[in-house]
Design a protein around this ligand. Structure first.
Ligand code: AMP
Ligand code: FE
Ligand code: FE
Ligand code: ZN
Length: 286
């Protein structure tokens, strides 16, 4: 089967609605797609209805913005109970902090560029989670940069002068909460160079102790030597590995299905989960 376990919709920083994303997944020939918006599960119901209509299997998930010590960690979570209070509380705190932080970045940028918070809000539309990509879109609309990627090179880079951090929970704590909610935690693109510091072996070992289920090995941001290291770590710790696109619609060059996950890894996720089921389309009479 063609299985892609990491995508974003306009609920966070993807450019397509959940319905458009599911239709694109079908067109890309995927059999299984996971919706993993940043810090939100608000797209689940719309994606579920669209997946039933399109006849594609849906894995409901999310990508949580975490940290482990000073390292930024993105934690994918699959099939967790979306109503589990402790996770809801963390996500509300993260999303609120993201708004404050985006406003702070815009305030800094506004000293040098004609950008306003209203313009960023307009770009974000009804997104549930605000992120730097929405600020990037406002900068593109203003003609300051040609595209999101260019905005991230300097203006929105953590190494640039306008960057502000937001609150993020510890990855190990979040892994424990995901397991309590019946979800399966997978560390996203841990070998991504440049974007943030590589997640080192010690941090991964701590996450394994906390209940990590798998490692996203095949991701365009993990270079070959990192994939080798991560595959060996997965073998050593008896974790499954995944491959995914991290599709953001037009917001990134990543294409649906550019990396895939094995049937066996999906089966492992499904067998470990007790939050919500994998949604398989049921035939409807017509
Ligand atoms: P934030 O969550 O606000 O810290 O912003 C990080 C998000 O920006 C990531 O989830 C990516 O989707 C996006 N992003 C990071 N780097 C780039 C880039 N070079 N081009 C486009 N999007 C990017
Ligand atoms: Fe993103
Ligand atoms: Fe990520
Ligand atoms: Zn992602």
């Amino acid at each position: 089967m063609r299985i892609d376990l990491h995508t974003h919709s306009s609920v966070s920083d993807g450019t397509e609605t959940p319905e458009e994303l599911i239709a694109a997944a079908k067109r890309a020939g995927l059999d299984v797609v996971a919706l993993t918006d940043h810090d939100s599960t608000a797209g689940w119901d719309r994606a579920a209805a669209a997946a039933q209509q399109q006849g594609i299997v849906l894995v409901r998930g999310a990508e949580f913005s975490c940290r482990q010590g000073r390292i930024a960690v993105h934690l994918l979570s699959y099939l967790q109970d979306p109503d589990y209070g402790p996770i809801r509380a963390e996500l509300e705190r993260v999303r609120a902090s993201r708004v404050e932080r985006a406003r702070a970045i815009v305030d800094k940028l506004a000293r040098d560029y004609p950008i306003t918070w209203e313009q960023v809000q307009a770009q974000a539309g009804d997104a549930h989670t605000i992120g730097r990509p929405h600020i990037a879109d406002a900068l593109v609309a203003l003609g300051v940069v040609p595209d999101r990627t260019a905005a991230f090179e300097y203006l929105l880079s953590p190494r640039g002068p306008y960057y502000v951090r937001h609150y993020s929970p510890s990855a190990t704590g979040m892994i424990e909460l995901v397991r309590e909610a019946g979800g399966v935690p997978v560390i996203a693109h841990p070998g991504a160079v440049g974007r943030h510091r590589i997640v080192d072996d010690d941090a991964i070992a701590d996450m394994v102790d906390a209940g990590l289920g798998g490692i996203e090995v095949r991701h365009r941001d993990n270079p070959p030597e990192q994939r080798k290291r991560l595959a060996e770590l997965a073998e050593h710790f008896d974790l499954f590995t995944t491959g995914s696109s991290d599709y953001h619609g037009a917001g990134k060059p990543n294409r649906l299905g550019e990396n895939l996950t094995s049937d066996a890894a999906l089966a492992a996720i499904e067998s470990q989960a007790f939050g919500v089921p994998v949604l398989r389309p049921v035939p409807t009479a017509r």
